[in-house]
Write a protein that binds this ligand. Structure first.
Ligand code: Z5A
Length: 212
């Protein structure tokens, strides 16, 4: 596939949605056809799963169901949106991808990593982003930012220890795959975070232009 898949990851309140908007303008201004999506979501089925899985009234969702629902949404997104776009040479920018399952369901909920890796191979067709921007922020800072937004959803209602495990799992993945990940300190002014994100993407834009 000739296109480029870029994912944005991070704990809650890390600034993904804010950076995504700026990054979108940065990439599109350089003449690249970009599809922007999010997980869970991005398709009719995925958005329905998102409503279910984040619903605070949905008590006692077991970790296995949560993991499978994330991958059900992802399987649909990969086949309906991401792979067709990449096949045409377009770019896809996604607010979260499979690393989120390793971090939240693996690190946070303790689901076995081999099981998630098997789902990645099967449900996500083994697809991995060319670049993953991990916006890293201390849990208490991210939670304080997110709290200003209003009532938390089912996953946001977890305790701080859960989010510490999620953060540790994300950082461990970034350390294990330095060629794919760019760790960005998100505990700084949003303009600086966006600049770092754009700088990480620029070599991919340059490569695309060379090939054009
Ligand atoms: N989830 C999962 O468990 N497993 C999976 O496989 C997948 C997802 C794919 C929904 O994701 C939930 O699904 C998520 C993980 C789980 N649950 N949690 N928690 P989501 O990405 O849609 O939702 P989110 O993580 O809750 O996103 P968020 O809290 O909206 O984070 P954000 O997009 O990174 O933050 P933001 O909206 O850009 O910023 C939040 C606020 O902070 C906002 O008021 C900004 O103006 C402010 N902000 C942002 N950056 C800064 C800086 N640098 N300084 C000051 N203020 C800032």
């Amino acid at each position: 596939m000739s296109g480029c898949l870029i994912s944005l990851e991070g704990g809650e309140g890390a600034g993904k949605s804010t950076v995504l908007a700026g990054l979108r303008s940065h990439i599109e201004a350089r003449g690249i056809v970009l599809h922007v999506t999010r997980e869970p979501g991005g398709t009719a089925l995925g958005e329905a799963i998102r409503r279910l899985v984040l619903d605070g009234a949905m008590a006692n969702v077991c970790a296995e169901s949560e993991l499978l629902l994330m991958f059900a949404a992802r399987a649909q997104l990969v086949r309906e949106v991401i792979e067709p776009a990449l096949s045409c040479g377009d770019w896809v920018l996604t607010d979260r991808f499979t690393d989120a399952s390793f971090a939240y369901q693996g690190g946070g909920r303790g689901q076995p990593i081999e099981r998630i890796a098997e789902l990645e191979r099967w449900a996500a067709n083994g697809l991995r982003p060319s670049l993953t921007l991990l916006l890293d922020v201390p849990v208490e800072v991210g939670q304080a930012r997110a709290a200003r937004r209003g009532s938390p959803d089912r996953i946001e209602s977890e305790k701080a220890e859960f989010f510490e495990r999620v953060r540790a799992a994300y950082r461990a993945r970034a350390e294990a795959e330095p060629e794919r990940f760019r760790l960005i300190d998100s505990n700084q002014a949003i303009d600086a975070v966006l600049r770092a994100a754009c700088s990480a993407v620029d070599p991919f834009i340059a490569k695309q232009k060379e090939g054009a």
